[in-house]
Design a protein around this ligand. Structure first.
Ligand SMILES: C[S@@+](CC[C@H](N)C(=O)[O-])C[C@H]1O[C@@H](n2cnc3c(N)ncnc32)[C@H](O)[C@@H]1O
Length: 323
């Protein structure tokens, strides 16, 4: 008999690659009873923590993530095996399609770090926000050999950014890592508006306070070129990680704090669609990935729910209306 998983660390099964004894079943349909039981469980655990506690978790959010990376360094999150299949925009063929042969040759001939702004002469610019220790950035740099590629990456944890920079694969000619708080919409990015081809958000938007999400996405959307895309993969509503939160961990509806002080929100597809379209982007993809993971060795059954989105900035922007 299999046991439904409620293990002690909510980070524990966080997109680590499945081990050999784990069997994955994709596109699992949930029964009505299963959905109703998940809803009931969430309702039973929806008493929010007092506001002083909430404020403390918000003000000190980056300290909690710094502590997380001080403890785990680069051992926690694993490189994503699904990265290039789900997001071919990060792979070389896609970036090479964008510019002419000539532009790419020119780009390859000059240093991408000329001038004050790194990557100015690049022809395909990717920004990863909430990059952690580089589990997305380094696979991109390794796999994508487009000479015109430049990868920016940021995180509000200075400990994580230091780990990225001290990685032997960090190449300042092709990459620039910096500390940046996504929710600080007044803070400047090191790239001008309208210059990025791709923005990647992998399990980061869920770490923000829900009240700050819309402004953060709208700010990021300004950085995209016309035709540029925002790619997101994040936690979906009733993911196993949501259902196993103990009482006393709820901050607001579908938003929780883990034992280590880091926070997590569980999205619906509609909420994300609203947010991206409000930021002026058009839907390319918005799907829910419901998966059943069975760990035979430990006799555990885990229902995972992730949401994956691609939203594009229109090639032709509507003219700004006056006053
Ligand atoms: C769950 S981890 C995911 C890390 C990385 N994207 C990955 O998949 O390995 C969430 C990351 O978001 C970062 N983060 C959380 N809130 C942030 C914010 N407001 N601004 C920038 N980064 C943030 C954390 O420091 C952490 O590195």
């Amino acid at each position: 008999m299999f046991v439904f998983l409620f293990c002690s660390s909510p980070h524990h099964f966080f997109h680590t690659g499945p081990s050999r004894s784990v069997v994955n079943r994709d596109n699992v349909e949930w029964t009505e009873e299963q959905e109703a039981s998940a809803k009931k469980k969430v309702l039973e655990n929806s008493q929010p923590l007092p506001s002083e506690k909430q404020e403390e978790y918000d003000c000190r959010a980056n300290e909690y993530w710094n502590d997380f990376y001080t403890i785990h360094e680069n051992r926690f999150f694993k490189d994503r095996h699904w990265l290039f299949t789900e997001f071919p925009e990060l792979a070389p063929q896609c970036s090479l399609n964008h510019e002419s042969q000539e532009q790419r040759r020119e780009a390859a001939a000059v240093s991408h770090t000329d001038g004050d702004i790194p990557g100015t002469s690049a022809t395909y610019r990717i920004l990863e926000v909430g990059c952690g220790v580089g589990n997305t950035v380094f696979p991109i740099l390794k796999t994508n050999n487009d000479p015109g590629l430049f990868v920016y990456c940021c995180d509000f944890s200075s400990t994580a950014v230091e780990l990225v920079k001290s990685n032997p694969e960090y190449d300042p000619e092709r990459c620039f890592a910096f500390v940046h708080d996504l929710s600080d919409v007044e803070a400047n990015y090191p790239v001008p508006d309208g210059t990025l081809d791709v923005i990647v958000l992998i399990f980061v938007l869920s770490a923000l306070h829900p009240d700050k999400m819309q402004a953060s996405i709208s700010r990021l959307a300004r950085l995209l070129k016309p035709g540029g895309v925002m790619l997101l993969r994040d936690y979906g509503r009733y993911d196993m990680a949501q259902l196993r939160f103990k009482k006393g961990r709820c901050l607001s509806e579908n938003f929780y704090v883990r034992g280590d002080g880091t926070r997590v929100y569980f999205f619906t597809q509609d909420e994300l669609h609203e947010m991206f379209t409000e930021a002026g982007l058009e839907k390319v993809q918005n799907l829910v990935d419901r998966r059943l993971q069975v760990n035979r060795g430990k006799q555990l059954t885990m229902y995972r729910v992730w949401i994956q989105c691609k939203y594009r900035k229109a090639l032709h922007q509507p003219a700004e209306t006056q006053g």
